[in-house]
Design a protein around this ligand. Structure first.
Ligand code: GDP
Length: 382
């Protein structure tokens, strides 16, 4: 009889402890997106792991002394894309040798052959390219002859012609939305060192600023630091990164990330890729495979080529190789801050036939802005 009483008491104690344990676990589980972001709902394929941000904000209300856990660092709030244009103007205005030089020459009393030659040299020196330079000079000569050569007019005519050259009719919206419930997939390609991984991190911030749920894929598995670099970018704004083993198959990481994005219903998946320019065939095989495996699940909505504005003709040649390998739909032009080579915007659009959609303006986390032809030209001429 006594044994029965002990047994009943024992079962009751175990039951109470189990309920208390369950309640504690529920209350302590933090997360930005409670169902989607908690690590235990993720079932990654064997070759990849999904990193949860190490410091998600907690919805728990705890008094400081009651908590033994370290305080979670607050997530950063990225700057809205629209206000970045203001800074684009300021950054370019600091190095606008091209604009100032052109205005100086065009405001001369006599626009003689020497002056037009100096204008041409200036434009070619700014990487605009030979054909667009000739086109611009021809238009300026005709219009200034017809409309008169007053300095104020010259400025207005130059502004108009430069905007036409940059082409305000191109669609520069980054395609970050998929059809129906599917995520938009942005595949970011380009040579190593151009600022590719940094740009992926900055794009994540733009998407977060636009209140879009985002997932990053660290498919540059060949550069040891790239995945860590991306994780750091993600952690700062609460965006998770899907990564694989170092030296692993980039296509498998891209596949897993997009699958994860679909399963979770995120708005956009941004895929960083390896930028080894070994040979065209190798590149084609690698990037082609990445794109193919993604598109087994959902279409890639944007192929963004990252190009370093300071690399001039060499950069353009490399960019061309990439555009022959994948169907590039937009260009992110990095390191435009401090570069007197703003003309590369025109050259690259002409050579590749796709618009510059984003410009990198520095190493700061929000130093990436949507490209706007009029704002760009105004910055050059300010
Ligand atoms: P990746 O090899 O192409 O992935 O290049 P990273 O993203 O690692 O960038 C290479 C370097 O370029 C880093 O030091 C970045 O901070 C720098 N960088 C990237 N974008 C810009 C930019 O717009 N302006 C400046 N000044 N530096 C940049």
């Amino acid at each position: 009889m006594q044994e029965w009483i002990y047994l009943v008491i024992g079962i009751a104690v175990v039951g109470v402890l189990a309920i208390a344990g369950f309640v504690t676990t529920r209350v302590r589980r933090p997360g930005r997106l409670p169902e989607k972001a908690s690590t235990d709902v993720i079932t990654p394929a064997p070759s990849t792991t999904v990193e949860a941000p190490t410091a998600p904000p907690t919805v728990e209300v705890e008094t400081p002394e009651a908590s033994a856990e370290p305080a979670a660092p607050t997530l950063e709030t990225p700057e809205k894309p629209a206000s970045r244009l203001v800074r684009l103007r300021q950054r370019l205005a600091g190095s606008n040798a091209l604009g100032r030089g052109l205005l100086g020459l065009l405001s001369r009393d006599q626009l003689d052959e020497d002056t037009w030659e100096a204008i041409e040299d200036l434009l070619i020196g700014a990487d605009i390219g030979v054909a667009p330079t000739q086109e611009l000079v021809e238009n300026l000569r005709t219009r200034l002859r017809v409309e008169g050569g007053q300095a104020a007019d010259a400025r207005a005519v130059l502004r108009e012609e430069l905007i036409n050259l940059v082409d305000p009719t191109m669609d520069r919206a980054l395609k970050v939305s998929g059809a129906g419930d599917a995520p938009g997939v942005v595949l970011v390609v380009g040579v190593n060192g151009t600022g590719k991984t940094t740009t992926v991190g900055k794009i994540a911030r733009i998407l977060v600023a636009d209140e879009r749920t985002t997932l990053l894929a660290a498919a540059d598995t060949f550069r040891a630091a790239a995945a860590d670099q991306l994780s750091t970018w993600g952690e700062r704004v609460g965006v998770e990164v899907v990564r694989g083993p170092e030296g692993g198959d980039p296509a498998s990481v891209a596949f897993d990330a997009v699958k994860e994005g679909i399963d979770r219903g995120v708005d956009t998946v941004v895929v960083d890729t390896a930028g080894r320019l070994q040979n065209k065939q190798g590149l084609m095989d690698e990037l082609g495979k990445v794109k193919r495996v993604i598109e087994k699940q959902t279409p890639v909505t944007e192929v963004l080529l990252v190009l370093d504005a300071t690399t001039g003709q060499n950069g353009l040649i490399q960019a061309k190789v990439f555009s022959e390998v994948v169907d590039v739909t937009g260009i992110a032009l990095t390191k435009l801050d401090g570069s007197a080579k703003g003309g590369i915007v025109v050259a690259v659009q002409r050579q590749l036939g796709v618009p510059v959609k984003l410009v990198g303006l520095g190493e700061g986390p929000d130093d990436l802005a949507p490209f706007d032809p009029a704002a760009f030209v105004d910055a050059l001429l300010s």
